[in-house]
Design a protein around this ligand. Structure first.
Ligand SMILES: [Zn+2]
Length: 113
């Protein structure tokens, strides 16, 4: 289960940050999740509840998300466009010579204590 791996990763990072700052209790973790990342927020939430409640530091802590829009860049006409609406094909010139600029993020944005 992909999401569970991510949750363990988040928990490890949060524990590290908490240790560095002498924090004993975390109330919420806020994530940036890209629109086209492979994460399913509902699954991530389930895994989070299960795993976080096993840690003293994170018992009862909330997990929240900011969904970041995905943007693709066209190398032929240099336009940027919404990935979810148009996919790999540039809506301006029809080129498929494109790449994802952003929208694949899975990162910790904030830790609330
Ligand atoms: Zn184009």
């Amino acid at each position: 289960m992909h999401e569970l791996g991510i949750v363990f990763y988040i928990i490890r990072d949060v524990k590290e940050a908490a240790r560095e700052h002498g924090v004993e209790k975390v109330s919420a973790v806020v994530m940036n999740i890209g629109e086209v990342s492979t994460i399913v927020p509902e699954y991530l939430m389930d895994c989070w509840r299960w795993a976080a409640d096993k840690e003293d530091l994170l018992r009862g802590a909330e997990l929240r998300f900011h969904i970041l829009p995905a943007v693709t860049y066209c190398q032929d006409c240099h336009a940027e466009y919404g990935t979810v609406a148009h996919g790999k094909k540039c809506p301006h010139c029809g080129s498929e010579n494109t790449y994802l600029l952003r929208g694949n993020e899975v990162e910790i944005k904030e830790i609330e204590v």
